[in-house]
Design a protein. Structure first.
Length: 182
């Protein structure tokens, strides 16, 4: 009986060590990122959009959508502009009022990862859920590479938005001019 208890305790301890090391690897990997560029596929309210993005931490993003509106999204860290390039129509929002405010805050994301339990999804992705008073966000990291691979939020109009990122390039030289608001 004592042997069985000892074996169970050893197995539980090994499981906790493996979990901790996975989470630690995600944290170490994410801490090293100053900027990243990637391709994305985004589903919003059942509609698929694709494009490319560049994120510069903290709180800067530039995305170019490959759709008929040729939409771009730009944040300078304080404001977010969504521009339809075919009609030249722009909408400006305070970044704080959008889920991107949290997604572009690497220190906030790290604190969430550190203080929450990860869930393994489809044996491929680690999921961390975060909530604040205005937003609920799920972020996903690849099980093998520990890279950020996407997020799930509600957009400005309360539509479910699921973003998958791939072809990730980290810490490249970026022209800071792309973060100027149009």
């Amino acid at each position: 009986m004592i042997k069985k208890i000892i074996i169970i305790l050893i197995i539980l301890n090994i499981t906790n060590i493996v979990k901790a090391s996975t989470k630690d690897e995600i944290i170490i990997n994410f801490k090293k990122i100053k900027n990243m560029s990637f391709d994305f596929k985004q589903t919003v309210d059942g509609k698929m959009e694709e494009g490319t993005c560049t994120i510069q931490y903290p709180k800067k993003i530039y995305c170019n959508y490959n759709n008929f509106k040729k939409k771009i999204i730009v944040s300078n860290g304080k404001s977010l502009v969504i521009k339809n390039q075919t009609t030249n129509q722009s909408f400006i929002y305070p970044l704080k009022k959008t889920p991107l405010y949290l997604l572009l805050d690497k220190d906030f994301l790290l604190s969430v990862i550190i203080n929450s339990e990860e869930k393994l999804v489809n044996n491929k992705y680690y999921n961390f859920s975060l909530k604040n008073k205005d937003h609920k966000i799920n972020i996903f990291f690849d099980k093998n590479s520990n890279d950020l691979v996407g997020w799930q939020t509600e957009d400005l109009y309360q539509n479910l938005a699921v973003t998958y990122i791939y072809n990730i390039k980290k810490n490249n030289k970026i022209d800071k001019k792309i973060f100027r608001l149009p």
